[in-house]
Design a protein around this ligand. Structure first.
Ligand code: PGA
Length: 251
């Protein structure tokens, strides 16, 4: 019932030309894919060019961040969700651990940004995940549970239809160390339990929970074989169309 999602997070890589070339190459490689939704997240400057080339295809385009603000105004350097939508995004990645670690993102700003995205009709890919230290000291679930409860606070049942959760253990991002399928499934099941407690079981059953952290063509199918893993958020291996296409075709 939950259609899987394979999403690529291009982070701060690629100029416009390379972004468009990669997207067009990907489009050709995945034309016949219908078992999952496909999302790519280019840098903001390439969003519009990529979205225009992907129009009419099975590839959706995501922004990597958005403003907490919902009115245009004096917010130098910020991008309001309607601007991202105007550029062709239909979803936005919110609260990625790199933004939490290096750009002061908090659960409170994640909550504001998530509400802003929903108010403009964008899907919000809300990222959560514990550090190595937190996992080793047995706090992984409490950290992730807190990020979810605070980040999704106050959302209605219909708001929750726009939520995609990405569990990305910080120790697995860009390190080549993937969580084992068992570790990932355990956390995903816990995330669904937290969502069920906060928003009801029907909502929780419908939310797609993606795993992220060193997903590669070689490990994606073992991860996807688990009941509560509904897709992947892929960084490094999404930068090349061929490896991302292999991930998309994990079956
Ligand atoms: P990675 O990044 O696949 O390069 O580990 C995942 C992410 O940060 O979304």
């Amino acid at each position: 019932m939950r259609k899987p999602i394979i999403a690529g997070n291009w982070k701060m890589f690629k100029l416009i030309g390379d972004s468009v070339d990669t997207a067009i190459e990907l489009r050709q490689l995945v034309t016949d894919v219908s078992h999952c939704e496909i999302i790519i997240g280019p840098v903001a400057t390439a969003l519009n060019a990529v979205a225009e080339r992907m129009s009419g295809s099975n590839i959706r385009v995501a922004a990597q961040n958005c403003s907490t603000e919902t009115e245009h105004g004096a917010h130098t350097g910020e991008l309001c969700c309607d601007m991202l939508k105007d550029a062709g995004a239909d979803s936005v990645i919110i609260g990625h651990s790199e933004r939490r670690q290096f750009y002061g993102e908090t659960d409170a700003s994640v909550n504001q940004k998530t509400k802003a995205a929903i108010s403009f009709g964008l899907d919000a890919i809300v990222c959560v995940g514990e550090s190595l230290e937190q996992r080793e000291s047995g706090q992984a679930q409490s950290v992730v549970g807190g990020q979810l409860e605070n980040g999704l606070r106050g959302l209605t049942v219909s708001d929750m239809e726009r939520i995609i959760v990405a569990y990305e253990p910080v120790w697995a991002i860009g390190t080549g160390k993937t969580a084992t399928p068992e570790q990932a499934q355990e956390m995903h099941a816990y995330i669904r339990k937290v969502l069920s407690g906060a928003h009801g079981s029907e909502v929780a059953d419908g939310v797609r929970i993606l795993y992220g952290g060193s997903v590669k063509p070689a490990n994606v199918s073992d991860l996807m074989a688990n009941d509560d893993i509904d897709g992947a958020l892929v960084g490094g291996a999404s930068l090349e169309a061929s490896s991302f296409a292999q991930i998309v075709k994990y079956r």
